[in-house]
Design a protein around this ligand. Structure first.
Ligand SMILES: Cc1ncc(COP(=O)(O)O)c(C=O)c1O
Length: 494
């Protein structure tokens, strides 16, 4: 791309944002919404949290307060020993309160905005293509809708109906590729087809875009630190960050935490039915959003300490425990506090996977009451109501007795099976697996692959974050919108 093309694209993007009254938040503002100017923050309570409204770009933060429509402490749920069966406290950041109902809208922002403000994407002439297993392309379609550009969502045909319905409602073009969650190769093939046939398309491939990693490093990491500070007390020790890997973006928060708390380990969760990191394995599974039969390019494998493979049957059964009346009754009967039971629908399927991986981490490292494990409850059960209905149709109504057994066996009984603590050579072996996807299939070079093994590659990357904010600030100044009549509003189409 020539400098002249970039200059023109940036000018078009500036013009588009000026016309639509779009102000782009900085990463610093998303990290700490108290720094958002009052004239913007003051308007948010009047806007539906899920509305396709440019001001909701400022809600791409962990701090949304659903009760007031303003901002508050980081949204987090503490899972105490009576639910987890381990003495360590497990704290999950709650993704439900992001626009789109999942934190992936942040990853999409991190991939799109640095390119937009640098003139590398022209929203007036180019299509934005979002390859995904669902939540990332919903986030990308949301951002695209705000910018008035054409969005193409690519996702496997077997993902939950809720994802497809939402995408259709927002006006995205949908390409459904064959297979289920783990069929990401088919998504990549669709991207190559688009590259060949549609030169005006820009593919924001979350599995290789460092903007995804960096957004989590710069926003999710500090949010997790804040959630830790809120519960730690004088003796609290941050023991681990646990993240299931889809694109591996969320694991970027682990790198932030590890640098801030050197004792913090990183656990990567995956599906037992597709144990790529555990055993170079493959297979279909039901934990939507994670585990795609490859190692994402942006996974900093060198900082990964533990791999925990989670049986998808456990996640589906616990989805019933947490959401069906019989499940809730069983939990209440076992002494789990009512307000916690009422909040358990905040956990979607991959969130339950993260919870189980956190329990396995606690057992593996024999963590105690002073230890805190942080994880991410990416999306909520709101996106899996059709899965619950399918389970009822397949297996019949759920009884309290079944719920008791599932709670005992699948949650309290989560043990250290299918867990592997990685040695240096084992980390390197997982890193080497990237060769087969990225060099053989996706056009990366061996030199680029080798560069990813160097810790300085990642610290150099992290050092780019302040420049992002400077570029966003300059872009907003050129658009001249900040503080003036903001917001072309379009009511929620959900
Ligand atoms: C529901 C869900 N959980 C977990 C993940 C994994 O997050 P990441 O892609 O950051 O690894 C995703 C990614 O799309 C997701 O949609």
């Amino acid at each position: 791309m020539t400098d002249e093309t970039k200059r023109r694209s940036r000018e078009h993007a500036v013009e588009r944002c000026r016309e639509r009254g779009i102000v782009i938040p900085t990463i610093a503002e998303q990290r700490d919404p108290r720094t958002i100017p009052g004239e913007i923050a003051g308007r948010l309570p009047g806007i539906d949290m899920q509305a396709v409204d440019p001001l909701n770009l400022f809600r791409i933060t962990w701090h949304n307060d659903p009760a007031t429509g303003g901002f508050g402490p980081v949204n987090a749920l503490v899972i105490p020993p009576e639910l987890s069966g381990v003495p360590a406290r497990i704290v999950g950041l709650v993704g439900r309160h992001f626009p789109t109902g999942a934190h992936k809208v942040g990853a999409a922002f991190g991939c799109l905005v640095p390119r937009l403000v640098a003139g590398e994407f022209d929203p007036t002439t180019q299509k934005a293509v979002w390859p995904s297993t669902g939540n990332y392309c919903r986030g990308g379609a949301f951002d695209s809708a705000l910018l008035g550009c054409h969005a193409v969502a690519i996702l496997p045909e077997e993902m939950s109906r809720e994802r497809f319905e939402w995408l259709a409602s927002i006006g995205a073009e949908i390409i459904a590729t064959p297979g289920c969650e783990s069929n990401v190769k088919e998504i990549f093939d669709a991207c190559w087809e688009i590259r060949k046939t549609q030169p005006q398309a820009v593919i924001f491939n979350q599995f290789e875009e460092f903007g995804n990693y960096l957004w989590h490093f710069g926003v999710t990491g500090p949010a997790a630190q804040e959630a830790f500070a809120a519960v730690a007390g004088p003796r609290g020790r941050l023991a681990a960050w646990v993240g299931a890997s889809g694109s591996a973006g969320t694991l970027g928060a682990g790198d932030f935490l590890k640098q801030t708390f050197p004792g913090c380990t990183i656990t990567v969760a995956e599906a037992l039915q597709c144990p790529t990191l555990l055993a170079s394995g493959f297979g279909g599974h039901r934990i939507e959003g994670i585990g795609d039969k490859h190692v994402p390019w942006i996974h900093n494998v060198r900082t990964t300490d533990l791999v925990a493979a989670i049986d998808d049957e456990a996640t589906m059964r616990l989805l019933r425990v947490f959401n069906e009346p019989a499940g809730r009754a069983a939990l209440l009967g076992r002494g789990v506090a009512r307000d916690l039971v009422e909040r358990l629908p905040l956990l979607g399927i991959s969130s339950i996977c993260n919870l189980l991986a956190a329990i396995k981490t606690a057992r593996h490292y024999e963590l105690g009451a002073d230890d805190v494990i942080l994880t991410c409850f990416t999306d909520s059960a709101a996106l899996y109501q059709t899965r619950l209905a399918e389970l009822t149709a397949e297996r019949g109504a759920y009884s309290e007795r079944e719920a008791e057994i599932d709670f005992e066996r699948r949650l309290l009984g989560a043990a250290t099976d299918h867990v592997r603590e990685l040695t240096y050579p084992e980390r390197k072996a997982i890193h080497n697996l990237k060769y087969f996807t990225w060099v053989e299939q996706q056009g990366k070079t061996v030199a680029e692959l080798n560069a990813l093994w160097s810790p300085s590659f990642w610290t150099d990357l992290q050092a780019q974050l302040p420049a992002w904010d400077e570029a966003i600030g300059a872009f907003n100044r050129d658009a001249g919108v900040r503080g003036s009549g903001l917001g072309v509003r379009e009511e929620a189409k959900r």
